[in-house]
Write a protein that binds this ligand. Sequence first.
Ligand code: SF4
Ligand code: SF4
Length: 534
Amino acid sequence: MHNDKHKAHSILSLTVQLGKSILLLRTYCTKCFKAPKPLYGDGGRRAKASTSIIVFYGLSEMLEVRINELAEEFGVHRNTIRNWIKAGILPAQKGPGRRYLLKWADYVALCERFGKRPRRLPETAKEEESKKSPYRLLPPSTPLYPDPSWADICLTCGACASACPISGVDGLDPRKVVRMAALGMDEELINSDWAWKCSLCAKCEESCPMKVEIVQLICRIRSLRPRDKIPGPLVRGITTCLEKGNNLGIPKEDFLALLKYLARELAEECPGFEVPIDVHGARLLVTINSKEPFAEPESLKYWWKIFYAVKESWTISSEYWEGVNWGFFSGNEEAMRAIVGRLVDNLHRLNCEALLLPESGHAYLATRLVLEQWFPEALNKFKIYSVFDLLMEYLNKGLLVLDAKRHPGLTTYHDSCNYGRRSLKILGRGYFEEGRIITQLCCPDFVDMQPNRNGNYCCGAGGGAWSSPYKAERIFHGRIKARQIKETQAKRVIVTCHQCRDQIKFFLNKEYELGVEVKYLWELVADSLVFDPS
Ligand code: SF4
Ligand code: SF4
């Protein structure tokens, strides 16, 4: 594109580098250096390798070039260009990446020596765009680039990469993810397994001085992966849950038979105990993580014992009792909504007053988020408890009597990322103190890990990493958690999430020789209970 007078001439662009952005200032005819065109920016996207970029460094016009481009342009070997630079025949200095900075006058002199015309710049389409909308940044053009706050404000400082426990594993690095999104490299990001090796712990975000929404970006990358390419059993779990009511497809009859069997066992310790199934008008509707009836049914008794001791009015629904929500891991909002919708239906059907949210970090956050977004009337009508809320309410009402002598020895507490850091950011309230208060009532010999609370490190199994096929990465991720635990010299770790518990108890314990006992918070309370069965 050129004006009439200079139709036959080439065009070059003058740009200025602002941080990582190349801002196109003006376009000029290469012959006469006249005919300036209107101004516009290129949205931080670099020109393609085939186009030249002229940058003002100080007061000089400099051309950014690669050795191989110059060699090709002038028909000489790359080493010849290098030798010219070394010998000072071609004055050039090292620039960004593998580029060199060459004075425009030197470049033109080189062209004259080889009888070549200087390069033609810039792309005509951009010039047309510039006429329509001076100064306008080019619009976001990819699904991963819907909001400039995700990437354009990134300083490339690397704080996120330093904080991320799996930075460097298989090339994963949150800073790189942010830059690739900014550069429109959606396909590479979606096809990469990075998003699935990340535990969505938000440690990177917590360190980011610019508050770039790194986890939101990674969740979006996950959500754009075709369903049949999602690694591990996540999709199978969601499909099974939608079809059969729980992630593991446990049939209703088997579930009910198991509950009755466990209730008979507990009745030996708690006379008259029965599991209340589908009790209309019960105060509290309790959800269940399907992993418990499937893999560790004994753990169901912890809550039951507490309910027995405080004489709670509670019930379990015979259908759609699943508390976890794997839609959260794959960005499947429809599934998330369907699963939580069933819990809300149960609340209405059984005429309960309150819901005990699942005792798992992601499940709590996912359920609460869906309630806020799609079922606000349920939030108004029903009281919603997290495990912390319910235990603290019992304690504050004086319903729980705990024996602090049953758990001697130094004990520490692991902050779940979802209950803590992520809930604080997303819901405006993170659970940090409640777990510590309850733990110390049962284990007075207490020590905190460093760092803790909002700055805590992930166990490595969150965000669906527990269910992913990347076991080695997950265990490696947990090495900082293992070091934190070791440094406390504690003999016991209290956790509030199933995935944290299994990762620390079965994997970090073994891999890093921790030798610690790992207990759920409600298990600790159940084991510390003092109550009169009569
Ligand atoms: S910490 Fe934030 S600003 Fe720094 S590189 Fe990471 S995303 Fe960019
Ligand atoms: S693992 Fe945690 S720190 Fe690393 S990228 Fe994922 S959310 Fe960020």
